[in-house]
Design a protein around this ligand. Structure first.
Ligand code: XIL
Length: 956
């Protein structure tokens, strides 16, 4: 599982845990705790026991309602009840309209319903009663239907929190659609009024000092397993401090996010910065990354990495240490936890400390707000969790932004974790608070392959395997989710990311967009039209409700990859063209969201190409999740800072140029410490909420670019001699004369395998020989680029484009002579051989020069060589000849140059310029991009590369 997935699962599952704590089955806990929290007096506004008839109950759907007597069950001692029969749909049910029962706008009510199912009724598995409000279908509570048993549901609701709601409904879920049931009573009490002044937040107790936990007392000292399934034992087998004797052993993990956790809310003074440290020692496997993180809040939590390190068994005790400023303590819930990218890793922890290091900070109030600078261009947005809506974070958020996206709170797994149970309360709190603070809210996200519950599109087969759900059911789940969620939030949002990340990365044949779709669960269950069906369902909700101003977006990452952008372009075009033809030219997909998760190897010219391509679709474009990774380990060198700022400047320059087509630019996180990629400091504000150089670059891109001129570094040059070797893995004498090309520029901190390459050519082929020094050969990863292997990059016309053209290819051969290609048809006519040598292995390749006809003496090819060094099933690092940033797999402007030369220059044909050749020259080479990229500091690139290899979409 990738780090990204790990983080997502971490967050999802821990939120589920929290949600299940807040909402125990039946929903009793919620109302009680809310009441306790507000301390409000209660007043009963409506109570109906059905002894004298149906009261204000009204049929919904085809249900028949009959008042009966003598139906005694627990909670219904008077025997009067309402019998709800003739049911075949979940909404064949009972409604109580707000006006009938006296529920008034702005007031909050607790609603309790008792009910019963006759003992002779057949109750399908999974059947439940639901307490909801209509038309938003806000879920208030649920209870299981069981034959012969009573049930109770209690929920809480504020009238007016959704303008579409007019009544309370007692219904069932789909499974229980046919179950006849009784309602013994309904009681509605007023518990408080939202008209009231917002109560002042309770003053917090001063922080209790945290005593370093050494486990010497033999106890867990507040630690527990995040999933509850981990085994935590205080052991005397190990300890960190030699004068002590105990440590905590963590075993039984099965997911990356599992691990020991401790709540430190009471040890925090709001606004203070704390130094957190823990010693860890890996038990198994032989190496793994261990990460110390903090979760802030429970309703819409944020998860923040504090320190992480790749450790091996031999390292012994290692200290994970970092600082974090707690600008808020939402829900009085802040935890420290240790997780691992290896889901089953076991380890010891010891000597956990948590110390205050500095007091509250002020945000800078004298700098220009970003939203003001771009007020005539586009909205400025950010992604938020609940802690962003308090204290200094809220001040900064408000000062610079006018729109927010929920970072996680509105994702499918948060809103409908189990079928039919809509859990809107966390998101509602966030959205309502954001609106009250004056922000617009953008909805994220309805249909996605991540952070979505399995039940939506998969099922378990007889053999116990997860398999796609049948099309009809999956489609219905998708449509229901879209409808209920969109109607619930109504016009509190300005738009929706309807489908997220449907396209695969770097698809080989991008004009065939259907074949380029990601093979996700939605795709497998429904088929390629799931995308179009999602928009049709979402459009219907907007049409039915007259919400014409709400925009429907498609959203995706790696948007700078030209193949991916092309596939997305074709998808939107075809779907929109079809809809327009049948609907008076109206758009079905209104907007394209370029996520913009970039790093220092991103070439802004590729972003430009994609942006301009999307604009031609006639849709609005937004930058929806902008961040730029630079640096590592929560640190940035001066060069990282400049390179990051420069890319921000280049991007804002571009956005400004296209401001007419861009609706919104949203950053993915407020400051480096809380970013989902905190270790690579990707944002405009630092861990102390102070503006970084990147902020300055964003505020004045033109001058920033002018003041930071790129240093042009020439591409490296090498020569290929004329001659034809035999491809047999032997070094034929003809190789002896060839120039030695050093492949020893490390792209990662890991200083692993290097090699020496040589090249020959003849009228048909280029020949490359690479001798690799690598003491330990590994090809256990399923991904060829994560195996010990050699890659040759070739740009036959030397066009130096920022993307791959027809004449560009990547040829990869591992030490066992298994080849892989990009694009796949680069394999035509390719041959290779490998042999093991005393110090590693040797690869010999024949690459047809199909796109230069014929190759001639004096011609230059774009050329590079990369050596991938793998260990334990993962690439630890790679070394190249020219490319300093590791983006040769998608960008030919980073290649060096190979001169084709005939020995002695006899018989030489005049060098033919590429322009005179048969093949067209690609569009003008992108010099500026190249200059900038060549200027990038190596260390920065190393880190960006390292991180991006673990992140999304880095596939080659
Ligand atoms: C990320 C959040 O920032 C993380 O907190 C979470 O763990 C994983 O998801 N593309 C998206 C966003 O559309 O929803 C993702 O957000 C980042 C990638």
């Amino acid at each position: 599982m990738s780090k990204k997935q790990n983080k997502k699962f971490t967050k999802l599952l821990s939120l589920l845990l929290v949600v299940s704590l807040i909402f125990p089955v039946g929903g009793f806990g919620f109302a009680t705790s809310a009441e306790a929290a507000t301390g409000a007096e209660t007043k009963t506004v409506y109570q109906e026991t059905f002894v004298n008839g149906k009261g204000h109950a009204k049929e919904s759907g085809n249900a028949a309602l009959t008042a009966v007597t003598g139906k005694t069950f627990t909670g219904n001692e008077d025997g009067g009840a309402l019998h709800v029969t003739n049911r075949s749909k979940d909404f064949d049910a009972v409604d109580f309209s707000f006006s009938d029962v006296g529920m008034q706008s702005g007031k909050t009510y607790k609603i309790t319903v008792t009910g019963y199912v006759d003992s002779d009724v057949t109750v399908p598995a999974g059947s439940q009663a639901f307490l909801q409000t209509v038309d938003s279908y806000s879920w208030l509570a649920s209870a299981n239907f069981k034959a012969g048993e009573a049930f109770t549901m209690t929920g809480e609701y504020t009238v007016g929190s959704n303008a579409n709601d007019t009544r309370v409904r007692v219904q069932s879920n789909d499974d229980g659609a046919t179950v006849p049931f009784y309602i013994g009573s309904i009681v509605i009490t007023e518990v408080g009024s939202s008209d009231d002044e917002t109560p002042a937040p309770p003053t917090r107790e001063k922080a209790v000092p945290f005593d370093t936990i050494t486990f010497e007392n033999g106890e867990l000292n507040g630690f527990s397993g995040r999933s509850g399934n981990e085994t935590l034992t205080v052991t005397t087998v190990e300890n960190r401090n030699t004068s002590h004797s105990k440590a905590l052993k963590v075993e039984g993990r099965t997911q990356n996010w599992h691990g020991p956790t401790i709540n430190v809310a009471q040890n925090i003074d709001v606004g203070y910065e704390y130094n957190v440290s823990v010693w860890v020692k890996l038990i198994s496997p032989s190496s793994a990354t261990l990460q110390l993180s903090t979760q802030v809040g429970s309703a819409s939590p944020s998860y923040n990495g504090i320190a992480s390190q790749s450790v091996s068994q031999n390292d012994g005790w290692v200290k994970l240490e970092g600082t974090y400023r707690f600008n808020a303590v939402p829900d009085e819930h802040v935890t420290l936890y240790i997780e691992s990218s290896n889901s089953t890793a076991s380890f010891y922890i010891d000597d956990v400390s948590f110390e205050e290091v500095s007091g509250p900070i002020e945000i800078q109030k004298d700098i220009t707000p970003i939203k003001e600078k771009y007020q005539n261009d586009f909205l400025i947005g950010n992604a938020i969790t609940s802690s962003d809506l308090e204290g200094a974070r809220l001040e900064l958020l408000k000062m610079h932004h006018n729109v927010v996206t929920a970072e996680n709170a509105m994702k499918p797994s948060e809103l409908q974790p189990t079928k039919g149970n809509f859990t809107f309360s966390g998101a509602d709190l966030l959205v309502d608070k954001a609106l009250a603070e004056g922000f617009d809210v953008f909805g994220h996200v309805l249909v996605w392959h991540q952070q979505s519950p399995d039940w939506m599109n998969t099922t378990t087969n007889a053999a116990g395997e997860r398999v796609p759900l049948n099309r009809e059911e999956a489609l219905k789940n998708m449509q229901d989710h879209i409808k209920k969620v969109m109607e619930h939030f109504g016009d509190r949002v300005i738009g929706w990311d309807v489908v997220n990340e449907a396209m695969s990365n770097n698809p080989p044949n991008p004009t065939d967009w259907k074949a380029s779709l990601r093979q996700s669960n939605w795709y497998h269950a429904i088929g390629p039209d799931y995308v179009e069906e999602s928009y049709l369902a979402a459009r219907k909700v907007l049409d039915d409700n007259g919400w014409d101003h709400i925009k429907l977006y498609y959203n995706d990452y790696n948007d700078d990859n030209q193949n991916k952008a092309t596939a997305i372009y074709h998808m939107i075009k075809e779907i929109n063209d079809r809809y327009a033809a049948e609907n008076d030219g109206r758009l079905l997909i209104d907007g394209m969201g370029m996520q913009g998760h970039y790093n220092l190897s991103t070439n802004h010219e590729n972003v430009r190409k994609s942006l301009e391509r999307f604009i031609t679709l006639g849709v609005e474009v937004s930058i929806t999740e902008l961040d730029i990774q630079a640096g590592g380990n929560h640190e940035q060198s001066e060069r990282d800072r400049v390179a990051q700022a420069l890319l921000y400047a280049q991007l804002f320059n571009l956005y400004k140029e296209h401001a007419d087509s861009i609706a919104r630019v949203t950053f993915w996180g407020l400051n480096d410490a809380t970013s989902w990629r905190a270790a690579t400091s990707p944002l405009l504000f630092d861990r102390n909420l102070q503006a970084k150089l990147a902020y300055e670059a964003v505020m004045d891109p033109v001058n920033f670019i002018a003041d930071n001129p790129p240093i042009e570094i020439e591409a490296k040059q090498a020569t290929a001699l004329y001659g034809t070797p035999t491809i047999d893995g032997e070094i034929d004498p003809i190789w002896n004369e060839a120039e030695r090309i050093q492949v020893n520029q490390h792209l990662a901190a890991w200083q692993g395998a290097t090699g020496v390459a040589r090249a020959l050519w003849d009228s048909e082929n280029l020949y490359v020989l690479v001798e690799v020094s690598d003491s330990e050969l590994d090809k256990s990863s399923p991904y060829p680029w994560e195996q010990d292997s050699v890659e040759v990059f070739l740009d036959q016309t030397n066009g130096k484009t920022s993307y791959y053209e027809y004449d560009d290819g990547q040829y990869r051969v591992n030490f066992d002579n298994e080849a892989s290609f990009n694009p796949e048809d680069a394999s035509r006519g390719f041959e290779s051989a490998t042999t093991r040598t005393g110090t590693g292995y040797l690869v010999e390749m024949k690459i047809p020069l199909r796109h230069i006809d014929p190759p001639v003496d004096g011609q230059k090819l774009g050329f590079d060589v990369q050596i991938n060094d793998a260990r334990n099933g993962a690439r630890q690092g790679s070394a190249t000849w020219n490319d300093a940033i590791g983006s040769g797999y998608m960008d030919t402007s980073v290649f060096g140059e190979l001169l084709l030369k005939k020995a002695g220059n006899e018989d030489v044909q005049e060098p033919e310029t590429v322009e005179n050749g048969k093949k067209p020259l690609p569009e003008q080479a992108n010099d500026r991009a190249r200059e900038v990229r060549n200027e990038l500091p190596k260390q920065a690139n190393d880190r960006a590369r390292e991180v991006s290899n673990k992140g999304q979409g880095q596939n080659k």
